[in-house]
Write a protein that binds this ligand. Sequence first.
Ligand SMILES: [Zn+2]
Length: 333
Amino acid sequence: MSAISPHGPLKLAVTIDDPFMWNGASFPPGYSAESVADSLLEAFDEHGVPGVYNFTSTAPIDENPDWLGVLDRWVDAGHHVAAHTHEHVSLNWSSAAAYIEDVERNLEVLAPWLDRAPTRYFRYAFDMWGDDPAKTAEVQLHLARKGLTTAPISTWFYDVQFLVAYIRTLTTRDTEGQSWIRKNFVDTAVTALKDQAAAAREVFGRDPVHIALIHGTPIAGDFYADVLAAYRDHGVEFVTLEEAMTDPANHVAPPTVNRFFRNSTQKWSEYAGVEVANTPPQVLHEVNALCPVEGLDDAAVFFPVLETACARLEATFVPTDLDWAPTALGRRY
Ligand SMILES: [Zn+2]
């Protein structure tokens, strides 16, 4: 199989976001926070993925405090927990003060596990650093005061955008649809890494260490082991987030302000005038069209969740910021 990079093995740190999913978009029948975490832990063990940081938004804990036991299992297995805000609202949508208060709530819930991590990491919700540099600076100062280092994402494959379609195939017992999703989830993970690594290589003139994202959802629990196997087949070497963060491509913030859903490779590429091919991937059009079920599409599932979370922070949800959405996918990126 062809390697991701012509320069040899590509180093990749795997990170997880949102192991408790989101209030209003929770685990479907047959799945739980525990079952998904156990599947992921098994996949990491099988493929030798070291020290995976779990960036944990904590609003679902308000209703399900017993889910915190998942974090004990996570840490006992040699992996780590990191901060990710409580309500999972973009800094674009809230004031800096409300965002900082939300970070504080998250830190309070996660304190016992953050204390056990070798490094105190934070990730912005949606990896959105804010639409206004003054707001970002205020939050960055607060994070520095709390000894938190912001870990970006350098590559993603829109894994959550496969989730609702997968749930549709589970609900309707569409086994053909499930096989299609599985194949395309894995293929998209590999091609997205290839495309985004190519852009990063053009920007930096070398392969930086990459930081991958996967969410703690049922589709990840079921198929991420396949993704890890495919990554390995394509010459990926799994490393720790600490190793990735020694790379300036990751520890220097891209010198751009962009309110849209962009990872750090996309932001660096925008600054350097480099095109990132097929990102978001066009296959999402087919994913969205697969196995239609009334009321089970991305907007119907996630937009009310985000409206409610925003209301709790007196923030304003701006759906067009999430420009993978079906309504926005038709346009040019
Ligand atoms: Zn998240």
